[in-house]
Design a protein around this ligand. Sequence first.
Ligand SMILES: [Zn+2]
Length: 369
Amino acid sequence: MPLPRVLGDLLKLPTAAFVEHEVLAYIRKSCARMKGVTLAPDAYGNLLAHYRREPVRGRPVCFVAHTDHPGFVALEMVDRRTVRAAFRGGVKAEYFPGARVIFRSAGRWIPARVVELTRIKPLKAIGWTGRPEEVLLKVSAPVAAGSPGMWALPDPRLAGDTLHARGCDDVAGSAAMLALLARLARRQAVGEVYCLFTRAEEVGFVGAIGAIRAATVPPDMPIVSIETSSARPTTPIGAGPILRTGDRMAVFTPALTLFLERVARELSKRRKRFRFQRALMDGGACEASAFLAYGFEATGVCVPLGNYHNMDVTRQRIAAEYISLADWKFMVDWFEAVVCDEVGYSGQERVDRQAMDAEFDCMEHLLRS
Ligand SMILES: [Zn+2]
């Protein structure tokens, strides 16, 4: 199974919170080639794509994925061979000393190495030693201020079904939205969907909150937040994408969650190989919680992720993140089925009462006795 081009292309690009430019440029270029897809930036540089072909059934949903990944941003050269850089995202301090980094400056990658942690945010509450916010790195050549830096890990590669990359979270989710749009456009499918590519999620949903405040998405738009979320023994990699009933902060909108579940169940009847999981993924928070906080209906879908935020817990060192390519492909199939569903989302979805009524009717006499 070859690596889909959109994944290969996107996962090569540098990105970090507020410096997602190369990923955003790729998304603009791709959407420009898709028939029936419009794309517009909002006041904060988030990108909203829209696809519509009549007749539309139900309320269109808006998928959301973030284009950044925990990484470095060069601040200034403090001497000829040392750069001071911010680190934006949640990675434990013990992973930093001596770690290799690459900065993208003036179109080329410049190798670097962490030499000092100059500012660490203590995070005792969640059992962490702390999260570095500013570091010094030795560099082989000067790096321009504002350059994104990532851990020095190889370009994306596929080993069997496992896709390793510098940062799957959540460029892989953004790639899934692009794959969905490309598929809808290619077959001019009937349906309607919005896809919001957000910025700066790793520093506290900043791009998503900007999109809400700028009314990039109207307040009655149902939101489906896409993530890669740390795999657990009960939600393993390779067992299918996961319908998220909630995250660390919130429980998601039941009607919207039920709609996605119904679509997945029907898809698994049509396609024998399709698999999905359903779980409360409370290891982290996702943009669904930000939208819920502002009164939206929201739910989430994620693919299980290995080496969350590049932390290889077993070897205690920085490593490539990884996901299952099959999980990712099934997620795109699922999204397509959501957009093309014969009924669509109404907001009135409830747990099926028929079976409960039947059960009750059978046993009512016992209850009366
Ligand atoms: Zn993420």
